[in-house]
Design a protein around this ligand. Structure first.
Ligand SMILES: NC(=O)c1ccc[n+]([C@@H]2O[C@H](COP(=O)([O-])OP(=O)(O)OC[C@H]3O[C@@H](n4cnc5c(N)ncnc54)[C@H](O)[C@@H]3O)[C@@H](O)[C@H]2O)c1
Length: 402
C-alpha cells in the first residue's frame, strides 16, 4: 500500500489500546504500515510503549515487540493525529445504558469531536460493534459538518484471546457507501486476509449483531436444557454427549456455562432495542443466561443452610484463560452468595486482585466450591470428600449435576 505523502501515518487506530484495537494496530504495523495508536488511556499507552500488553492476548507479545522495533508503531493521546492519518479506524467501546439501550450519544460526541481534523481524502472505518444505522448517521453528521470522506463499516469478529490467529484466518466483512470506500477498505484488510465479504453498511451492522446474538442464544438453549435436566436429577452432560456424539446436526451444540462478557449480552440488547423490544428470543436468552447464577444459588439453598457456610468461587474472568472481568457472571455469583452465605472467597490465576486467595487456600477453607470459569488449570483439581463442588462447565469431568 502506498503512503500518501500528505499524511504522516497510513493508519490511526482510535481506541488502539483496547482488546480489539491493539491486536489490529500491532498486526498492521507488522505489515509495514506506519500506524499510530490514539487512545485516551495514558496508563495503557505507557505500558504498551514499554512492550507490556495491558491484557492477555495469545501470541501478541512477540508481534508487539517486532512492531515497536520496526518503528512503525507510534502512540498518542492527541486527537490531532486523526488529521495526520490517511485511514482512521475507530474501535472504541459501545456500551449500553441503564435501560439496556445503546449509548449512541457517546459515538456522536466522539465523531463530532474528530470532525475538525477530518479531510475529504481520508477513509474513516468504523470497527466497533454498533447499533444498526450508526454508520449512516456518522456519514450524515459529518456531511452536515461539510465532509465527504469515504466511510466504511468493517466489523471485528475475533474471539478475545485469539485475535492474532483470527485476524488472518477469519473472512473480513467490508461495507461502505461509495465504491472507493469499499475498494480502499478491502485493500487494507487484504493485508490480513484474502477472504473479503462485501455487503451494504446496514447489512454489515446486522451481520455483526446477528453473529453474536446467535452465539448468545445457543448458550441460552444449552443452559435451559441444563436446568431442565438438573431439576429432574439427571446429569445434562450425559444428554449432551448423547446428542452430539457422531451426530452431525448437533455438532455445534454448546455446553452449558456462565455465558457472559462485554459483547454477547450487550449486542443482544442492541438488537432488541433496534427491533423495538420485540425480540422475545433475545430477551429470553438474556433471562436464562443471566439467571444461571440465581439457579445455582437456588439449588444450593434447597440443600444447605448457606448462612453457616463458606462459598469459594474459582475463576472470576468471564472466560477461560483470560484476565478480562468485564460483565463476568462470576461477580453476580459472588454478590448472590455474599447475601446468602457466611463468607465468600474468590480466586483466579489471571485476574490480579489483592482480595483474592490462591486456589489451594480457597479449596481448603470453603465448604462449597463453585467453578465459575473453566480455566484449564482447574481440570486437575481434587476436591476433598465432604466438600460440595458445583461444576456447571464440567471442568472436573465428573458431570454437571448440582
Ligand atoms: N472484546 C471483544 O472480544 C470484541 C470482539 C469484537 C468486537 N468488539 C467490539 O469492539 C469494540 C471495542 O471493544 P473492546 O473490547 O476493544 O473495548 P476496550 O474497552 O477494551 O477498548 C476500547 C479502547 O478505546 C479507548 N477509548 C475510549 N474512548 C475513546 C476516545 N474517545 N478516544 C480514543 N480512545 C478511546 C479506551 O481507552 C480503550 O483503550 C466494542 O464495540 C466491542 O463490542 C469487541
Amino acid at each position: 500500500m502506498s503512503t500518501d505523502s500528505k499524511f504522516k501515518y497510513k493508519v490511526c487506530v482510535v481506541g488502539g489500546c483496547g482488546h480489539v484495537g491493539l491486536p489490529l494496530a500491532i498486526m498492521l504495523a507488522n505489515r509495514n504500515l506506519k500506524t499510530c495508536i490514539y487512545d485516551i488511556n495514558q496508563n495503557s499507552i505507557a505500558k504498551i510503549k514499554e512492550g507490556v500488553l495491558p491484557f492477555y492476548e495469545e501470541g501478541a507479545q512477540p508481534l508487539l515487540e517486532s512492531a515497536l522495533e520496526s518503528g512503525n508503531l507510534d502512540f498518542t493521546t492527541r486527537a490531532e493525529v486523526i488529521g495526520e492519518s490517511e485511514i482512521v479506524i475507530v474501535i472504541i467501546g459501545t456500551p449500553v445504558d441503564e435501560h439496556l439501550n445503546p449509548r449512541v450519544d457517546v459515538l456522536r460526541e466522539t465523531f463530532m469531536s474528530f470532525s475538525s481534523y477530518i479531510s475529504d481524502d481520508q477513509l474513516l472505518i468504523l470497527r466497533s460493534t454498533v447499533y444498526p444505522g450508526v454508520t449512516k448517521r456518522v456519514k450524515d453528521w459529518l456531511e452536515e459538518d461539510g465532509h465527504s470522506c469515504d466511510i466504511a463499516f468493517c466489523p471485528e469478529r475475533i474471539l478475545e484471546g485469539k485475535a492474532v490467529e483470527e485476524l488472518t484466518s477469519l473472512p473480513q466483512i467490508v461495507s461502505s457507501f461509495t465504491p472507493s470506500g469499499v475498494e480502499r477498505a478491502s485493500a487494507l484488510f487484504k493485508l490480513l486476509t484474502d477472504d473479503i465479504v462485501v455487503v451494504e453498511p446496514l447489512e454489515a451492522e446486522l451481520t455483526k449483531l446477528c453473529t453474536n446474538v446467535w452465539r448468545y442464544i445457543k448458550f441460552a438453549v444449552s443452559n435451559q436444557f441444563y436446568t431442565i435436566a438438573n431439576d429432574y436429577d439427571v446429569d445434562f452432560y450425559n444428554i449432551h454427549y448423547a446428542m452430539t456424539h457422531n451426530y452431525p446436526r448437533c455438532k455445534d451444540f454448546p455446553k452449558p456455562g456462565f455465558a457472559a462478557g462485554p459483547c454477547l449480552f450487550k449486542d443482544t440488547m442492541q438488537l432488541g432495542a433496534f427491533y423495538n423490544n420485540n425480540f422475545n428470543l433475545g430477551h429470553t436468552a438474556m433471562l436464562i443466561n443471566e439467571g444461571l447464577p440465581n439457579y445455582v444459588c437456588k439449588c444450593l439453598k434447597k440443600e444447605y443452610d448457606l448462612s453457616k457456610m463458606t462459598v469459594g468461587i474459582l475463576g472470576m474472568a468471564f472466560k477461560a484463560e483470560s484476565d478480562d472481568i468485564r460483565e463476568s457472571l462470576s461477580y453476580k455469583v459472588k454478590k448472590l452468595f455474599e447475601f446468602e452465605s457466611k463468607l465468600v472467597l474468590c480466586s483466579d490465576p489471571y485476574v490480579k486482585d489483592p482480595a483474592f486467595v490462591s486456589k489451594e487456600e480457597l479449596i481448603e477453607k470453603s465448604d462449597i466450591i463453585i467453578i465459575a470459569t473453566p480455566h484449564k488449570e482447574y481440570r486437575e483439581l481434587q476436591i476433598p470428600v465432604g466438600k460440595k463442588a458445583v461444576d456447571v462447565w464440567n471442568v472436573l469431568g465428573n458431570g454437571g449435576k448440582i
